[in-house]
Design a protein around this ligand. Structure first.
Ligand SMILES: Cc1cc2nc3c(=O)[nH]c(=O)nc-3n(C[C@H](O)[C@H](O)[C@H](O)COP(=O)(O)OP(=O)(O)OC[C@H]3O[C@@H](n4cnc5c(N)ncnc54)[C@H](O)[C@@H]3O)c2cc1C
Length: 788
């Protein structure tokens, strides 16, 4: 045990102390670093970790050598808003989506080193003490005193207990027997088992699978038995698929929050309905097979053939399941734990295909069997363990308990946890672990935070890295006094212009990453101008309308829908619907009331009208007039701006207004501009300028999500005397004339559309198609264009 602090005893009470530098502690630190980068003042941080090196914790340390991750690599990033961070970090990808746990341990170690170097660079104080914290006390002034194994003390204003998982040992009556392993970890201890010995593994889910595979890799040839109450194995994970109705799971969270009484019924029926939908009414996957081996064969086959669509629904509950859980009444939570927890874990947390294949091989060679049973005792006379199972008594020389996590406070073998409970710093949660605030993870004692399996009673789903990262971010936010970011339902109204589509294609994944759910409303896709009426606008304006709107919406977008391209930089709303599972609805202009109903049904908090003009009918505006809703309107275009020598210059800009009852135009809450290039057609830079709008919208959402007022950042009421104003059509034409450039450069619009929305292999084909459409349009306009 050592310390990198010269004198621990003199530590300032302003400190933040983080106990545990596993994935949880590291994720808290990473988020604090982000806050520091954004200018937040962070108190000195002391990290206390008993194991060396910091980072891997239990799951990704040498204790779990020889096992692979059981969650897909794309969910394992340590940043709550960047789940693929680990995947990008990996240099070795040949092991596929479930690399070794030791590789993840290396990632954690690297993150720890990065934290230290970034902290040093920013002048942020982070110190490490390698010791075991045994005791915690709270002084009358609200500060904490921690006692370390070496007898030294630490003072702190805030303490984060990121202590990790405590494995459960239900068979305490076997603890003194030789050959009993109360947990499969560290795996290395299992090497002491003779390779031909019969082994009973209590449990049949992921830890049991890990234990059997570890033994097998170490040359075990003796019989192995999984014994569990159900006698059924965990299911097999298929490749992750998008869930096109993902938004329903978020709407369900809102429904449960607004009416928790019937929560469990609503929850189960909705999930079953969604599963029914993705599986086309086929429920054969849930049937019990003649034997666990037959079931595993069928499950493996289904996973490999991509025929496990039901998993898609369950997988997408990851960010919202804690909200479902949190609003269930206690009796429903108890009922769920008693009746549904085991099947939930079996279906929700399946094993990777690689593991399933190996388990099947062990079963096919009759080395491994899976049976139902509950009790095991030690027979003194025979000197052997005897398990009572549905297949009769089974004898084993060795027993490994692999039943999962321990969440009961009084059974957790941590002196620190026991100290906090004894001193009343923790309040036990009736569903296990300790009671913490849902949003901040603060325990019943202000300043004391905890996360991981200790918080299962409050959050239910606490162990996977995606939740670790989300919870760590909330703790770090609370430590810097940032209000919790509330997940928002955001309606985006967009028209047919290509700039709005670029914006929304950039916005949607970024809003989703922040935990929000976007709902997209498309205004009428048909041309409002009656076909018979001749278009009397000047040619340049007709050309602008064609290249800005019609070409994309009427010609390119339907083609992209037809081809179903993947992996492009930008997506159409239809591609986003199938990829991200966001709600997309086309709305004719007249349907304000039915739109308002949709907004209400989906619990929309914020409406954002992108520059499309005409959708904000009375019904929609009325919906947002409630004080808890916000309606934001974004305008964009070429602005006249004052420049040197009182000359009027032109810039491209966006203005965001917050609309409300007192003012038709609303309050301007943000306006940003960017220079217009002087060497090209005026609207050529649309693919760059939309980024400005995206940032404006994201910044406003950041305020709303944390309950901060938008009006505080107001530029003041809009007035007609505003120094910046958008150019009228005539001014725009005049501006083109003065500059000697076209309003729109058709060739570059076609090039841009193809590059942004079409994968490289299909670009040539789509470019030709669009060129033909353009030629036809020119012909209709009576214009001859010669192409170079
Ligand atoms: C065997 C196993 C396999 C898993 N596999 C996966 C997986 O594949 N994918 C996934 O998403 N999740 C997995 N999990 C869930 C896993 O718990 C989390 O992914 C993650 O490891 C949790 O991080 P943590 O920091 O909370 O806990 P840990 O990583 O265990 O870290 C806790 C740290 O706290 C330290 N500590 C504890 N008490 C004290 C004290 N009193 N004083 C000082 N230091 C202390 C410990 O030494 C440890 O380093 C697995 C869990 C286990 C147990």
């Amino acid at each position: 045990m050592g310390s990198s602090l010269s004198s621990v005893a003199t530590s300032s009470t302003e400190n933040i102390v983080i106990v545990g530098a596993g994935a949880s502690g590291i994720a808290v630190l990473l988020r604090l670093i982000e806050h520091a980068k954004n200018g937040k003042r962070i108190a000195p941080i002391i990290v206390v970790e008993k194991a060396s090196p910091p980072g891997p914790g239990l799951a990704y340390s040498a204790a779990c050598t020889g096992t692979i991750l059981n969650m897909h690599t794309d969910t394992m990033g340590l940043y709550y808003n960047d789940p693929k961070h680990f995947t990008r970090w990996r240099s070795e990808l040949s092991s596929g989506p479930f690399p070794s746990r030791s590789q993840y341990g290396e990632y954690l170690e690297t993150m720890w080193s990065e934290i230290l170097s970034q902290a040093q660079h920013m002048g942020l104080e982070i110190s490490l003490i390698q010791d075991d914290v045994l005791d915690i006390d709270r002084h009358d002034d609200g500060t904490f005193a921690l006692t370390l194994a070496d007898g030294s003390h630490l003072s702190a204003q805030s303490v984060v207990l990121a202590l990790g998982n405590f494995t459960s040992t239900l068979n305490t009556h076997l603890l003194d027997q030789p050959g009993f392993f109360p947990s499969p970890w560290p795996t290395s201890q299992l090497q002491s088992i003779p390779t031909d010995a019969p082994v009973l593994i209590i449990g049949s889910r992921l830890s049991a699978v890990d234990a059997a595979l570890y033994l097998s890799k170490n040359g075990h040839t003796g019989p192995m038995t999984f014994m569990s109450r159900s006698g059924r194995l965990a299911k097999v994970q298929g490749e992750p698929e998008p869930f096109p109705r993902r938004y329903t799971l978020h709407t369900l969270a809102r429904e449960l929050e607004s009416n928790p009484a019937e929560g469990l019924v609503k929850l189960t029926t909705t999930l079953m309905d969604e599963i029914d939908g993705v599986n086309n009414g086929d429920w054969t996957w849930i049937q019990k097979h003649a034997s666990p081996k037959a079931e595993l064969q069928a499950d493996l086959c289904a996973a490999q053939e991509g025929n496990v669509h039901w998993q898609t629904v369950l997988r997408h509950t990851a960010p919202v399941i804690e909200r479902y859980w949190h609003c269930l009444p206690l009796e429903s939570q108890q009922l769920f734990m008693a009746k549904f927890f085991t099947p939930w874990m079996r279906y929700r947390h399946g094993m990777p295909v690689q593991n399933a294949q190996q388990i099947l091989r062990l079963m096919e060679s009759s080395q491994l069997s899976v049976i139902a049973g509950e009790t095991v005792h030690w027979d003194d006379n025979e000197g052997i363990f005897i398990a009572q199972t549905t297949a009769g008594p089974i004898e084993a020389a060795y027993v490994i308990e692999a039943t999962g996590q321990e969440c009961h406070l009084d059974r957790i073998p941590s002196p620190l946890v026991q100290s906090a409970a004894r001193k009343g710093l923790f309040t036990p949660h009736p569903m296990g672990g300790v009671d913490v605030d849902f949003d901040t993870l603060c325990a019943s004692t202000p300043g004391l935070y905890t996360m991981g399996s200790l918080t299962r009673g409050t959050h239910f789903y606490v162990s996977a890295i995606d939740r670790t990262a989300a919870h760590a971010a909330r703790i770090a936010d609370a430590l810097v006094g940032e209000p919790r970011a509330r997940p928002l339902h955001i309606a985006i109204f967009l028209g047919s212009d290509v700039a709005s589509h670029l914006m929304v294609s950039d916005l949607v994944p970024r809003l989703l990453a922040e935990g929000h759910m976007p709902f997209l409303f498309l205004t009428s896709s048909t041309e409002t101008r009656p076909m018979a009426a001749p278009d009397s606008r000047p040619f340049d304006l007709r050309k602008l309308a064609f290249f800005e709107r019609e070409l994309f919406r009427k010609h390119l977008s339907p083609r992209l829908k037809e081809y179903g391209f993947k992996g492009t930089r930008h997506m159409t709303v239809w591609q986003m619907q199938s990829t991200y599972g966001v709600f997309v609805q086309e709305i004719p202009d007249s349907q304000g009331t039915s739109v308002a109903k949709m907004l209400q049904n989906h619990f929309i908090d914020v409406g954002i009208s992108l520059p499309c003009g005409d959708v904000l009918t009375l019904g929609v505006i009325d919906y947002f007039s409630s004080s808890s809703h916000h309606l934001l309107s974004l305008d964009g275009g070429v602005l006249s701006t004052p420049s040197g020598n009182k000359k009027v210059g032109v810039q491209f800009g966006y203005t965001l207004r917050c609309l409300h009852e007192d003012s038709e135009l609303g309050d301007v809450i943000d306006r940003r501009t960017s220079p217009l290039g002087h060497s090209a057609a005026i609207l050529t830079g649309v693919d760059k300028e939309y980024a400005l709008a995206v940032q404006i919208v994201l910044d406003a959402t950041q305020l709303v999500t944390r309950g901060k007022s938008l009006r505080n950042v107001s530029w003041g009421r809009t007035s007609h005397t505003s120094r910046h104003s958008y150019l009228t059509a005539e001014e725009l034409l005049q501006c083109c004339h003065d500059r000697g450039f076209d309003l729109v450069d058709g060739d570059s619009v076609v090039k841009m559309l193809v590059e942004l929305f079409v994968p490289p292999e299909q670009r040539e084909m789509l470019r030709k198609e669009l060129d033909e459409v353009v030629q036809e349009w020119y012909v209709k306009q009576g214009v001859r264009v010669s192409k170079a």
